[in-house]
Write a protein that binds this ligand. Structure first.
Ligand code: SF4
Length: 659
């Protein structure tokens, strides 16, 4: 009997119109846990590396983790994994809300989707009844219309729907999967894959329960976890800020350290941000009502509205911090009405706000530098500031529908568009490994530079960002790594020891993304750490071995290595562990971090020392892969000439992050 798991999974072949229900393997989940960990193992085994992301042979997997659907706060998440059409590399993306728990209650730990339907379809799951249904009438509808129509025709207003909008149908490379209307599996183009498979939506209803290995002990950790989200908790100030303002509480805090992307990452400081786009004016002007994901102690979600002006009455959930920067400071704009409207459009079309905002700002910078003219843009003037935010709004409509040639170029993402445009355009496309940089900048926060460089899915912050140096959590640094190193570790501008710090975060988040816990709680604020994760897994699943932190960290290393190996098999090497020259060559021009650049090499060297990657090639080494139980992966990479037998030099780990 599997505790914490539903015990079954689904394989749905859209080409063959075939549905199979199978048993979840205990051996597999014991070794890879769930979510991202389980997903990467399945994709490694099942996906031929020659498979193109938009071919019917590509697979996309929806996964819960053992924690999904339990009462632990927060535990409403699910992961989607595949090979990304946006980057060409490994892809994972997660969303909160209620879809993940419902999938578990329907009886499924994960759903593998393969093939391509002949015509638009949606999948209806009601516990053991699974049907592939015609979705011709849904094609062309946005996310809200699609969700409403499905609920209505199934006669179930409480059914949980994950779907794509027009952006996914039109194969916009950064299209999202949206669930519960407004929760986005946002990054790496997962909605584009559903569009390529003619799969409009999955509607799911479940009424089954879950079995916990040690109920009494598990309830005690749940109670303790909720207490940490009250005024008695160590991080109450930050929990409360998130609860009152949502994640855009970060806008003020990032600007204060010069890390708020402004004018397409030209700088990290936006003059008067606190008074114009900061948490207080945003709440005063736009707050409508509060919301939350399933079983959450923070409850950072809320809906916003526009009270006056041409978009008056416009309403949607969010925006998140990343969306605030992408549609305000990123365009030198203080027009928060346009921000709320842009957020609403991304929600209904199913567009990743980060890539959408930063692909459009890439074009603005090209226009400013004369690389693009009105002839190229279809007559659009791309000029920074409040006055041209209408053009940004118009472009969102046009990109989602691929309305014209220029919009269609931007629908491919900034990396592809820069290649097509040629010349100096690449200097304006702020991405790493084809994923647009998120609302962070490595110049004022050096470890974030390393995070972007080594991230298996490109320039995003969710795979290994350290908030400990970002916001100076000195007490947590001391507890985790000892008194001796706190000064260096807490210094955002000091590159020393950051390679070890980032590898610890990457390991911890690999567990977070496999168990599935929201990053608010493990990353910002840093409420949970290794001991918490070990206890939760043990009491929930009965996999008692993970109460040993050493074994838990080994599991984390296994997941991190396997994700990188997935990319290595596709051709990833040391040259991919890089940063855009904006972060390494262009000193921060203004703000508190003026003059700073990222010196990547020393941090990368430390990171390689922990991971035992070969310094010359970036390839993994046999001993390390074998140590974490990936002998078969090492053998396959060896056959492909992508394995180094021995690590040259002595692996180092001065912070003992692996112990
Ligand atoms: S912290 Fe916010 S995003 Fe995370 S689970 Fe809670 S409500 Fe959802």
């Amino acid at each position: 009997m599997l505790y914490g798991y539903a015990g079954k999974y689904l394989r749905i072949d859209l080409t063959k119109n075939k549905i199979e229900i199978k048993e979840t393997s205990e051996k597999l989940v014991r070794k890879y846990l769930g979510g991202v960990g389980l997903g990467v193992r399945i994709l490694w085994d099942e996906l031929d590396p020659r498979t193109q992301p938009l071919s019917p042979e590509n697979k996309i997997i929806f996964l819960t983790g053992p924690l999904t659907g339990t009462l632990f706060p927060p535990s409403g998440r699910y992961e989607v994994v595949s090979r990304s059409p946006q980057t060409g590399w490994w892809a994972h993306s997660s969303a909160g809300g209620f879809f993940g728990p419902e999938m578990k209650y329907a009886g499924y730990d994960y759903i593998i989707i393969q093939g391509k339907a002949k015509q638009p379809v949606y999948i209806h799951i009601d516990n053991d009844s699974i049907q592939i249904k015609n979705a011709k009438h849904l094609w062309g509808k946005n996310v809200v219309e699609t969700t409403d129509t499905i609920c209505e025709e199934l006669g179930d207003t409480d059914i949980k729907v994950a779907c794509i909008g027009q952006a996914g149908e039109n194969l916009v490379k950064y299209a999202c999967i949206m669930s519960d209307y407004f929760r986005a599996a946002g990054r790496t183009g997962m909605g584009c894959i559903l569009g390529s498979k003619n799969l409009k939506a999955i509607a799911i209803r479940g009424t089954k329960g879950l079995k916990i290995a040690d109920n009494k002990k598990f309830v005690s950790v749940v109670e303790d976890a909720f207490k940490r989200h009250t005024p008695k908790g160590k991080y109450w100030e930050h929990v409360n800020a998130m609860r009152i303002y949502g994640s855009f509480a970060l806008t003020d805090w990032e600007n204060a350290i010069g890390r708020l992307p402004t004018k397409n990452h030209w700088t990290g400081y936006f003059e008067n941000a606190e008074e114009t786009i900061g948490m207080k004016p945003m709440r005063e002007r736009h707050y409508k009502k509060h919301a939350s994901c399933f079983s959450c102690g923070i409850q950072c979600k809320y809906a916003s509205t526009i009270k006056e002006g041409k978009y008056a009455g416009s309403e949607s959930e969010g925006p998140e911090y990343e969306t605030v920067e992408a549609f305000t400071s990123n365009f030198l704009s203080t027009d928060t009405n346009s921000l709320i409207e842009a957020n609403r459009l991304c929600n209904i079309y199913g567009l990743d706000t980060i890539s959408a905002g930063h692909t459009i700002s890439f074009a603005f910078e090209c226009f400013e530098k004369g690389i693009l003219t009105e002839k190229d843009t279809g007559g659009r003037k791309l000029i920074w500031g409040n006055d041209e935010m209408d053009t940004v709004i118009e472009l969102l409509h046009s990109i989602a529908t691929r309305k014209d040639k220029f919009a269609s170029l931007l629908a491919e993402g900034s990396a592809f568009a820069a290649k097509q445009i040629g010349g100096a355009a690449y200097r304006c496309a702020i991405h790493v490994n084809n994923l647009e940089a998120s609302g962070q900048d490595g110049r004022p926060h050096k470890s974030l530079g390393l995070t972007y460089a080594i991230n298996v899915r490109g320039a995003d912050h969710l795979t290994s960002l350290s908030s400990l140096d970002e916001l100076g959590y000195k007490e947590a640094l001391q507890e985790r790594f000892g008194k001796k190193n706190v000064k260096i570790l807490a210094d955002r501008w000091d590159e020393r020891l950051k390679g070890y710090l980032v590898s610890d975060c990457e390991n911890l988040y690999a567990i977070t993304d496999s168990l599935l816990v929201c990053k608010y709680g493990t990353m910002w604020p840093p409420i949970y750490y290794w001991q918490d994760m070990g206890r939760i897994i043990s009491y929930l699943t009965g996999f008692n071995e993970y109460e040993s932190i050493k074994k838990l960290k080994k599991l984390a290393r296994r997941i991190c290595h396997l994700r990188r190996c997935f990319n290595v098999r596709l051709g990833w090497s040391k040259k991919n562990d890089c940063l855009h020259p904006r972060f390494t060559e262009e000193p921060m021009p203004t703000g508190p971090a003026k003059g700073q650049v990222v010196h990547l090499e020393p941090m990368l060297k430390e990171y390689y020392e922990v991971r035992q990657y070969d310094w010359k090639t970036g390839l993994p080494t046999r001993a390390e892969l074998e140590d974490v139980g990936l002998e078969d992966i090492a053998s396959e990479l060896k056959k492909r000439g992508k394995l180094v037998e021995k690590y040259k030099g002595k692996p180092k780990d001065p912070l003992n992050v692996l112990k």
